[in-house]
Design a protein around this ligand. Structure first.
Ligand code: KG4
Ligand code: ZN
Length: 355
């Protein structure tokens, strides 16, 4: 074993019982370059996010190679800024955490190589964190007294799933999408309506001016299961728009956005509440970028109140990608003695959710 790894193992062991643990976390899985300093899994000392949204907007979506290059350019600046905002020096960091997957491989590698270099140079343990677990942890930052067990509705650009979070690092998959993720559908529908990337927030905004009045030609969502399917609806919306455009028939874009959003948020909120009831969970936690959707929030609040379930959403700044959520989850990995990585760590485009 290398000298570095010998030291890292000893330090990791010691940190498990240390009173205050300060973790510097790095996230670069998609189009946000982010560095954050988090203490004891809950206290955010800094949260720097350099968004590439304006760069990818002109392409209508994230271009992986462009994302990687921009991560390279932004990451050192984010690191310096994160230390400055936290008001700490490098020798006050106890461990380095980094997202190792799921995500775009080239984008992930930028954050991973930066984190490995830091870990080696500062002689600190390196903790490899799953991006999806980070999204769950975003809720621990927004709600100081929230603790597992709970049911989680995970709705991001990459995932749509119902999870049972039995403990911080005991997570099992109950159901997931059998085709597209819900974020992907929001982005695709937005694109066909001529709205800019990322589509979700633009659909959310436009839908407020429309009516739930359109009959899309598609099969009803999957019933009697906690799995989801969104590709049929997505294709139906795309066909509706194309058919109208080709025939020169007028249609109201806001009505398309509104009807699409109503169908999707009905499906998500109904299944999430059903799942919490089936699992006897009085707590439902929402995670991921689509968790910012205003109608999803409204419907879940209403349905949960009726069923006497408490529903939690992350603050909007922790809903979409950030490194604070990675620093939070890294703390719980540390407490459970998992995630310690050596310097051969590499990126994974896909990572299983269950642990
Ligand atoms: O969790 P996230 O930041 O990235 C992944 O890990 O994938 O989620 C990004 C997704 C995008 O598809 C974006 O359009 C969607 O979250 N999103 C929204 C809203 N804000 C972001 N979707 C619907 N309504 C929103 N308000
Ligand atoms: Zn994400």
């Amino acid at each position: 074993m290398s000298k570095y790894m010998e030291n890292a193992e000893k330090a990791f062991e010691k940190l498990r019982t240390k009173k205050d643990v300060t973790i510097l976390a790095v996230e670069s899985s998609c189009d946000e370059t982010a560095v954050s300093v988090v203490r004891n899994g809950r206290e955010v000392l800094s949260n720097i996010v350099a968004s590439q949204i304006d760069i990818h907007k002109k392409f209508g979506g994230v271009v992986p190679e462009v994302a990687s290059r921009n991560h390279v350019m932004a990451i050192s600046g984010c690191y310096k800024e994160a230390l400055k905002e936290a008001g700490i020096s490098e020798n006050e960091i106890d461990a380095i955490a980094v997202t190792y997957g799921a995500g775009l491989i080239g984008a992930l590698l930028v954050g991973i190589n930066f984190a490995k270099t830091l870990a080696y140079a500062l002689n600190l343990p390196l903790i490899a964190v799953s991006h999806v677990h980070g999204h769950i942890s975003a809720n621990y930052l927004s709600h100081p007294s929230l603790k597992p067990p709970f049911v989680c509705l995970m709705v991001s650009g990459g995932h749509t799933a119902l999870l049972k979070v039995n403990d911080y690092t005991k997570i099992s998959l109950i159901g997931s999408t059998v085709d597209d993720s819900v974020g992907e559908c929001f982005d695709k529908v937005a694109r066909v309506l001529g709205l800019s990337y990322p589509g979700g927030p633009n659909i959310d905004r436009l839908a407020k001016q429309g009516q739930n009045s359109i009959k899309f030609n598609y099969h009803e969502p999957l019933k009697d299961t906690f799995n989801f399917s969104f590709s049929g609806l997505k294709t139906a919306v795309v066909n509706f728009v194309h058919n109208h455009e080709q025939a020169g028939k007028e249609f109201n874009k806001a009505d398309v956005a509104c009807t699409f959003q109503e169908i999707v948020t009905d499906e998500l909120s109904e299944k999430a509440v059903k799942c919490a009831l089936k699992e006897n969970s009085k707590t439902l936690v929402v995670a991921g970028g689509v968790g910012a959707n205003s109608r999803l929030r409204e419907k879940l609040k209403e349905k949960c109140e009726k069923e006497n379930i408490t529903v939690y959403f992350p603050d909007l700044k922790y809903c979409t990608d950030n490194a604070a959520m990675i620093g939070s989850m890294a703390y719980y990995y540390l407490k459970s003695n998992i995630g310690l990585s050596d310097l051969t760590l590499t990126g994974k485009p896909n990572v299983p959710i269950s642990i």
